[in-house]
Design a protein around this ligand. Structure first.
Ligand SMILES: [Zn+2]
Length: 216
């Protein structure tokens, strides 16, 4: 299995940062991907960074890179995880939404299985975040509707479904994860902490590991 990790956006992508600019999505995504890939390679897997560049690479080119590898080794021997940080708005103001979630394309494919393994891994890796969530909620940092693990069970599994370009135009199972909100203060504090960063790395490392084992 070749594991491809995509980091959202680029240094030249407008917006995509916390209101206080302490967190930039392109940078956090690259730091997460770098550490996830290093961990997976240390475990003996063929994990690769899809976008080594800092500048933004078009979605078309990202998909072309994925599909070239799919065509070379067979799409069932490839998986893609695209790493992002969520946002509730784009007006440069702090918001009250928070949590972690994953997206797949509509319909049931191996991507849904991969997403479910990531959700299972999230329950463990994000245990401290989940525990602290009601405390932040009580302080008004999350509104009453928020949940630490965001799920959509309308189609029987926890992930959300969306026709995101990178999910629709890649041949292999592909999941896009949104690790917390870049416009929520409590989430940004978590993302910028060593504990939070490592928890999100562990989530992806353990979720992918569990998915690959489930295929055998
Ligand atoms: Zn993004």
């Amino acid at each position: 299995m070749i594991e491809l990790y995509d980091n959202g956006h680029g240094v030249d992508t407008a917006g995509k940062c916390s209101p206080d600019q302490s967190l930039r999505e392109y940078k956090k995504a690259r730091e997460l991907v770098k550490d996830i890939v290093a961990r997976r390679r240390a475990m003996g897997y063929d994990a690769r960074i899809l976008v080594p560049e800092d500048k933004d690479i078009s979605l078309g080119e990202r998909c072309r890179r994925v599909n070239a590898i799919c065509n070379e080794v067979g799409k069932s021997n490839v998986l893609l995880v695209s790493i992002h940080c969520n946002a509730a708005g784009a007006d440069g103001k702090w918001k009250s939404a928070g949590g972690w979630c994953a997206y797949t394309s509509p319909g049931q494919t191996n991507a849904d299985t991969l997403a479910t393994h990531l959700y299972d891994a999230a329950e463990t890796a994000l245990a401290d975040y989940i525990e602290a969530f009601p405390i932040h909620k009580a302080k008004g940092e999350y509104d009453s509707k928020q949940r630490p693990i965001r799920t959509d069970y309308s189609d029987g599994d926890p992930d959300y479904e969306a026709r995101f370009y990178i999910l629709m135009h890649t041949l292999c199972p592909a999941v896009l994860t949104e690790s917390m909100f870049q416009d929520n203060k409590a989430d940004v504090d978590f993302l910028l902490s060593a504990e939070g960063h490592n928890a999100i790395v562990n989530l992806h490392v353990n979720g992918v590991e569990s998915y690959i084992k489930s295929l055998k």
